[in-house]
Design a protein around this ligand. Structure first.
Ligand code: FAQ
Length: 325
């Protein structure tokens, strides 16, 4: 898969003989599956790639709270409210572990937030879609957390120690999130016709954006080849997308819901599903800021940043005062 990736993107990765001694020693450690720790020597590109990916991941966890927090006050029962509240708080925790992992690479949380607000850092495309009904809480848990787990389980085994370790707990919690989402869907499909229709409508709206979460098709994934070589990524975007489709279709069948894809068909020879064309124009439009909720999400982050200024200043002043003592 790695050779295929290098070929398709044209992004060449150096082999050991072409490397300087430091870089060769570093790559040899990676090839031997030895973890890289924050104080170890690392190529600038490795550091930059990790800061980019981990900070984007952290921003996704934080921005990802917004579509769901929209429903906390409107949850149908006290129990559902408590579960959703716990889930949204978990996402804040994930953001925190990830910002801390990125900070070990020499960037501050303030800098990462400033990059997000200036449009220099991304967050996952999925969080630019609106949550229109309670069924969306089910669809997000089932599909979005389901896709997140599929992508994040391999990250527990990535080469950078602080990132890999942060992912262990995150994956455990994402698993609870996925189950609670599926449970909401189960309840809805077992309810009235209107409730089942709500569940189907949520699946219709979240299916394709969930497939986009895995990133662009392999042929246009600019970072994959190098990230494979550095053992930051272990599976390609298309590989994980396929695994997600294969895992989720039987779940939809169990729910009695229809995946909104007329081209979805089991391929006996491949032992997996063929699925229809993803609308990559929509994906790239969302990435460039033109999704349904991009402006709203960034405004919310900007407001939280501005509202927290007095607190950050207080903390810094306190730290400066203590340093002088
Ligand atoms: N959205 O060359 P590649 C969650 C960008 S957490 C936005 O393939 P790479 C939990 C990519 O950054 C969800 N941008 O890139 C939750 C790059 O642009 P750049 C987040 C995307 O890094 C659930 C360009 O496209 N998870 O859901 C997306 O090798 C419920 C080219 O792409 C992570 O961040 C996208 N979907 O592979 C929370 C996991 N896809 O940076 C609340 C860690 C690609 O050059 C509620 N990240 N791009 O400007 C990864 O595994 C990887 O970064 C990929 C992308 C697979 C996302």
């Amino acid at each position: 898969m790695y050779a295929q990736m290098v070929k398709s993107t044209g992004n060449q990765v150096k082999n050991l003989e072409e490397m300087e001694p430091d870089e060769r020693a570093f790559q040899t450690r990676i090839n031997a599956d030895i973890k890289i720790e924050a104080k170890d020597w690392m190529p600038d590109g490795y550091r930059r790639t990790l800061i980019r990916q981990i900070s984007q991941h952290a921003h996704s966890e934080i921005v990802g709270q917004l579509p769901e927090s929209n429903w906390i006050k409107r949850a149908p029962t006290l129990e559902r409210k408590a579960i959703l509240l716990a889930k949204v708080q978990d996402e804040a925790g994930h953001g925190l572990y990830l910002y801390c992992a990125a900070e070990t690479l020499g960037i501050s949380r303030d800098e990462m937030t400033e990059q997000l607000l200036a449009g220099k850092a991304k967050y996952s495309s999925i969080f630019n879609y609106p949550t229109l009904s309670w069924a969306d809480m089910g669809a997000i848990g089932w599909l979005v957390d389901g896709a997140a787990i599929m992508n994040q389980v391999p990250l527990q085994y990535c080469s950078f120690g602080p990132y890999a370790r942060a992912m262990v707990r995150i994956c455990k919690e994402e698993s609870f999130h996925q189950r609670q989402g599926f449970d909401i869907m189960m309840k809805l499909v077992g309810g009235t016709k209107a409730q089942k229709d709500m569940a189907q409508d949520a699946l219709n709206r979240w299916w394709w954006p969930a497939l986009m979460m895995f990133g662009p098709p392999d042929a246009s994934s600019v970072h994959s080849a190098q990230s494979f070589a550095w053992n930051i990524k272990q599976n390609s975007n298309d590989e994980l997308r396929q695994k997600f489709v294969d895992q989720t279709v039987p779940q939809a069948q169990h729910l009695g819901l229809e995946i909104p894809d007329a081209d979805l068909v089991w391929n006996e020879d491949k032992g997996s599903y063929d699925y229809g064309a993803v609308d990559w124009d929509e994906f790239f439009a969302v990435l460039s800021g033109n999704g349904p909720c991009n402006a709203e999400r960034l405004q919310a982050r900007q407001k939280a940043w501005d509202d927290g200024a007095w607190f950050r200043e207080g903390l810094t002043a306190n730290a400066q005062k203590r340093a002088k003592l």
